[in-house]
Design a protein around this ligand. Structure first.
Ligand SMILES: NC(=O)c1ccc[n+]([C@@H]2O[C@H](COP(=O)([O-])OP(=O)(O)OC[C@H]3O[C@@H](n4cnc5c(N)ncnc54)[C@H](O)[C@@H]3O)[C@@H](O)[C@H]2O)c1
Length: 596
């Protein structure tokens, strides 16, 4: 018969524990909430109270329900009050010896039928379980941060966890309104194994001044639709906890260098910069525990940086190319009031582009998003030509031709002969070195990358890539132009994948490797990232949309440039591409789309 869970215990009321207490109490369970001393207990209580107050303010909880919820919680010091609990969830800091000590104590104190669970993110549940005399009643219940909000729970069974214990905990998760995925005991389980390499990589970008913290975070939010950027997420997780998770994953997960914590993390932890909980991490917060970011030394100035850095005036823009990106970019500029010269390889291509752009703008008119007169004005601003000489009087050229270096280099050499001095020359390449185009142009100081995302009229992000030769004025011009298009520009150095692809594709590749290792299914991995981390799509959904061939070629570039063994493309990805399973565009990728 299934177990009844009436009273549960939670040990440790920090970032996770306080949220877990709230989840249980909200769902009608009596909770014994335990801390190490009076001060920590009161901090834990204050966290739960503040969180329920916020729920009231948002209209998600009534004052009466809040009072009933708080009445169900008994805040205590020491483990003795847990003797009657049916289930205990431990959420103390990520140290194996501490957790083992607590589990040995819990084993002594709790009734024989009680299930003992750890919220560990990376430690071995099996190693924790053997500190007790009941390893078959020990498992991992891994909640996500913030526990009251995130829907996912990873249920981790060790080789000795009894099946009925797993089944009863799965049923409890459903009662809590959570979706669970049940998996075996491996470092990082699903979500953290895919998340932490990415977070660590983002910190290394920040540490090496590759881009600012604001730009790294904005890039991932706007480029991938993530709920928060990686550095803000590190602050939410807590840098001390993140350090321990990375360190354990490095040691347990095959010493993948991508999990070796970036030195800056340790330095920040040592200096007491633990993230939100201490009031300062990558960002500065109003006070300890507050989610409100306040300006600090690194906050970009309130004055327009573009104006200060001598941005050049741009009125007329040339766009070279006739593909999806070029067409979208012509539309974006024309709609924003720029005069545009669209250069293609022939009249037929120009006619096609004009037709596509007209259709796109007409759709906006039908949807009531654009006035008919504005559509006509935008179309009238474009000169369609196959003669590159027409770029002689433009102020900015955006190149969006085929992704082949020889073609781009020849074009940039040509632009040098045609364009007037002082013109900013931009390439939209997503994988080639911008410096190659810069050198070919003979005007390296004026060359930037302008990496638009597809579809350009919709995606709000542009990566502005500065090479080691790009002048500050060219960067300022690019930023000002992006702002005038209503886009957010993030500036980064000229390295393979820029910000977004360099952080996104290794994560996707890792998901493929996880599937290949049969650790979990594509569905569960997709769930884990959507419900545990708030991603708009799971990795396999996204790979099928992006195209497996595209993902493979970006991953190859990253691997070739950085020579990082962990970046080697997953063999399964290569095989699927070879088999012609490229994703939605061929009807089949990780999933079969023909019958849907
Ligand atoms: N932070 C996250 O985003 C996150 C997400 C999921 C899981 N986890 C995991 O949850 C666990 C807790 O992490 P956290 O971020 O909440 O840590 P935290 O540092 O915010 O909180 C830990 C709490 O445990 C208390 N504690 C320490 N020793 C204790 C003892 N002997 N008895 C009772 N309480 C004790 C501390 O006083 C502190 O309040 C870790 O295993 C972590 O890996 C963290």
């Amino acid at each position: 018969m299934a177990r009844q869970f009436d009273t549960v215990g939670v040990v440790g009321l920090g970032t996770m524990g306080a949220g877990i207490v709230e989840v249980f109490a909200r769902n009608g369970l009596a909770v014994v909430a335990v801390e190490v001393d009076d001060a920590a207990r009161e901090r834990g209580r204050a966290t739960v109270v503040a969180s329920t107050d916020r729920a009231i303010a948002r209209g998600k909880l009534s004052a009466r329900d809040r009072d009933a919820l708080l009445d169900r919680i008994s805040f205590e010091v020491g483990l003795d009050g847990l003797a009657g609990a049916d289930l205990v969830v431990e959420a103390v800091p990520e140290h194996l010896d501490l957790k083992q000590r607590i589990f040995a104590d819990l084993d002594r104190i709790c009734k024989p039928s009680a299930i003992l669970a750890t919220n560990t993110s990376s430690l071995s549940v099996t190693e924790i379980s053997v500190a007790t005399g009941r390893p078959n009643q020990v498992l991992g219940i891994h909640f996500f941060n913030p526990a009251p909000i995130m829907r996912l729970v990873e249920v981790v069974r060790s080789v000795v966890t009894a099946p009925d214990v797993v089944a009863d905990v799965e049923a409890l998760c459903a009662r809590l309104g959570k979706t669970d995925v049940t998996i075996t005991d491996r470092a990082g389980f699903i979500a953290n194994a895919l998340l932490f390499g990415y977070l660590n990589h983002a910190v290394s970008m920040y540490e090496s001044h590759y881009a600012t913290r604001e730009d790294i975070d904005a890039a991932m939010k706007l480029g991938c639709g993530l709920p928060m950027g990686p550095l803000a997420l590190m602050d939410l997780i807590g840098l001390d906890t993140a350090y321990e998770i990375l360190d354990t994953m490095y040691r347990r997960g095959g010493r993948d260098r991508r999990h070796a914590p970036v030195p800056l993390i340790k330095q920040m932890v040592t200096a007491g910069l633990l993230g939100r909980k201490s009031g300062r991490g990558f960002y500065t917060y109003e006070k300890a525990g507050s989610p409100v970011v306040v300006p600090d030394d690194e906050t970009p100035g309130a004055t327009d940086p573009a104006a200060a850095d001598g941005a050049r005036a741009i009125a007329k823009v040339g766009v070279v190319g006739s593909g999806t990106m070029a067409t979208g970019i012509v539309e974006v500029f024309a709609k924003s009031g720029y005069e545009v010269v669209s250069v293609t390889r022939g009249d037929e291509k120009s006619a096609q582009m004009r037709e596509t752009m007209t259709a796109s703008l007409t759709k906006a008119v039908v949807r009531g998003k654009l006035a008919e007169a504005d559509r006509d004005a935008a179309l009238a601003r474009v000169t369609w030509t196959s003669a590159i000489e027409h770029l002689a009087d433009v102020d900015l050229v955006v190149e969006a031709v085929v992704e082949e270096l020889s073609v781009k280099k020849a074009l940039f050499a040509n632009l040098d002969e045609i364009c007037k001095p002082g013109v900013v020359l931009a390439t939209t390449t997503s994988s080639l070195p911008v410096i190659e185009c810069a050198v070919a142009s003979n005007r390296a100081a004026d060359v930037v990358g302008l990496h638009f995302f597809n579809p350009a009229p919709i995606m709000p992000l542009v990566e502005v890539v500065r090479t080691i030769r790009t002048s500050p004025e060219a960067v300022a011009t690019a930023r000002a132009v992006c702002a005038s298009l209503g886009k957010t520009a993030v500036v980064c150095a000229d390295r393979s994948g820029f910000i977004v692809n360099a952080l996104l594709f290794p994560y996707l590749n890792d998901a493929v490797k996880m599937l290949e290792a049969s650790y979990s299914t594509a569905d569960d991995i997709d769930y884990a990232m959507k419900l545990g981390c708030g991603y708009p799509m799971g990795p396999f959904e996204l790979l099928d949309v992006v195209g497996l061939d595209v993902a493979l070629s970006i991953q190859r570039e990253l691997y070739l440039e950085l020579r990082e063994p962990g970046f080697a493309p997953a063999p399964l990805l290569e095989h699927l591409v070879t088999a012609g399973y490229l994703g939605r565009k061929t009807g089949r990728g990780f999933r079969d789309h023909t019958s849907r």
